[in-house]
Design a protein around this ligand. Structure first.
Ligand code: CO
Length: 451
């Protein structure tokens, strides 16, 4: 695998995926190009062995799966998320300031480092729902130009800006959008924000029924460091894992298990939506696969005990300026390999069994692993694995890649780690696991895989 090439491919995907709708559409396009068959949840599923399928929910979550010619085991699943903390543009967004400037009203989605959103070119992406002669339709839009900036207050007007200034989301974070050029009786910003959105969607402003639009960071991803050993971009959490697992899924040969590639929306706000990890999406899809392959409900339950899931979401690497913030004995390094995450309070699903089995897969794949645990005096974050296993009780390990500046508008990670994750994911998809009784497990590994 060519490290630089795979990272350029990743950064291109990230740049083209400013919000979850685009992250999913770009994946669907990739699946279409590979010959996968699209299924809709609202239609009957008739599935043929030897075929790759995918389905989406809300256009913002996606599950793809490949049925082997002979299905003798369960499901090998890698789940990640495609949403990132960002600012959502509110309804009636325009606020005129002193009859001169127009700013937009926004609220936060997820927990971001607000500081990182100041003073950089931003634009708008998301979906609009429009009225057409045929009915109601959703359209994705991405305004591909520098459109907005959230300007900092000058240090002269806020002398404590570097001493822990408390950001007020309603006051400090509203982006500057336009100059109001016309007089009070005229149309102001010339159709204004909705006019701009309507033009982008190719409809008249009055045909826009509703919108779901985010700000996104315009700064493109890049490789950096003396030997280009690091990557930086917006949304690396968790598009790195979503991208790496799709790449491995597309190239994985048929195994004994059904390979499942699952990407959820709404992880950053707790997963509690129709398309999030707390939803029935995965459960519904696995049930339907089982039924379409002639399995009974009894078979479904047996299959789950022959299954293994990776909850793949990035981890905190040791920070060069804050080495004390990491646990004393579990210290993930950028480019140090795949991070296995543990948490006694079950925020991460990895247990001794899933940890052991995943380590064996990585050994076979010749991929280094490292471990993450929170410092005991820190609460840490959470992810989608333990939420998803409430709906589908699978043996699961939480893994990810080490990164810095998580939830900044521009995050940093290791360039070599991507390759590790693609390779380990390929071996994972080609493996199968079987629980014998309760406490004994067989892991069937391939001799080699196509890369
Ligand atoms: Co994440």
């Amino acid at each position: 695998m060519d490290t630089a090439a795979i990272n350029r491919e990743l950064l291109d995907y990230v740049d083209r995926s400013p919000v979850s709708f685009f992250a999913i559409r770009n994946m669907a396009d990739e699946l279409d190009r590979s010959g996968a068959v699209r299924l809709y949840e609202g239609e009957r599923w008739e599935l043929t062995p030897g075929t790759t399928y995918y389905t989406t929910r809300n256009d913002s979550s996606l599950i793809s799966f490949r049925i082997p010619a002979v299905w003798s085991s369960g499901f090998q699943i890698i789940a990640s998320h495609c949403d990132s903390p960002a600012f959502r543009i509110k309804t009636n967004a325009e606020i005129t300031v002193e009859n001169r400037l127009v700013k937009l009203n926004v609220e936060k989605y997820g927990g971001m480092i607000c500081e990182s959103w100041f003073d950089r070119p931003l634009s708008v992406a998301g979906r609009v729902v429009v009225q057409t002669p045929e009915g109601v339709e959703t359209r994705l839009i991405c305004i591909d130009r520098d459109l907005l900036i959230i300007p900092h207050l000058a240090i002269h007007m806020n002398r404590n800006v570097n001493d822990g200034y408390k950001i007020n989301l309603q006051k400090d974070m509203l982006p500057l959008f336009a100059e109001k050029t016309a007089g009070p009786e005229e149309s102001g910003t010339g159709g204004g924000f909705i006019g701009l959105i309507a033009a982008e969607a190719g409809v008249a402003p009055e045909d826009i029924l509703d919108t779901e639009l985010n700000l996104y960071n315009r700064t493109k991803g890049t490789l950096f460091g003396l030997n280009n050993e690091f990557i930086a971009a917006g949304r690396l959490d968790d598009l790195t894992c979503a991208f790496a697992s799709l790449k491995a899924f597309l190239s994985a040969g048929p195994g004994r298990s059904i390979a499942v590639h699952c990407v959820y929306d709404n992880e950053e706000v707790g997963s509690g939506s129709r398309q999030g990890a707390a939803s029935t999406f995965l459960s519904d899809v696995l049930h339907r696969i089982n039924a379409a392959c002639g399995g009974s409900e009894e078979d479904y339950h047996c299959r789950l005990l022959k299954s293994f899931m990776l909850s793949a979401d990035n981890a905190h690497g040791v920070h060069p300026n804050h080495t004390d913030k990491s646990d004393p004995t579990n210290r993930p390094a950028l480019n140090g390999g795949i991070v296995i995450k543990y948490s006694a309070n079950q925020k991460y699903t990895t247990d001794a069994v899933s940890g052991a089995l995943f380590r064996k897969i990585c050994t076979a794949a010749n991929v280094p692993v490292q471990t993450f645990q929170n410092r005991s005096d820190q609460i840490g974050g959470s992810t989608l694995g333990n939420i998803s296993t409430i709906q589908v009780p699978l043996l699961t390990a939480d893994i990810g890649l080490a990164q810095l500046s998580m939830h900044s508008a521009y995050e940093t990670a290791g360039a070599r780690d991507m390759e590790y994750l693609v390779r380990a994911s390929g071996w994972f998809y080609a493996s199968s696991v079987e629980s014998r009784g309760d406490g004994c497990y067989s892991l069937l590994l391939p001799d080699s895989i196509k890369e």
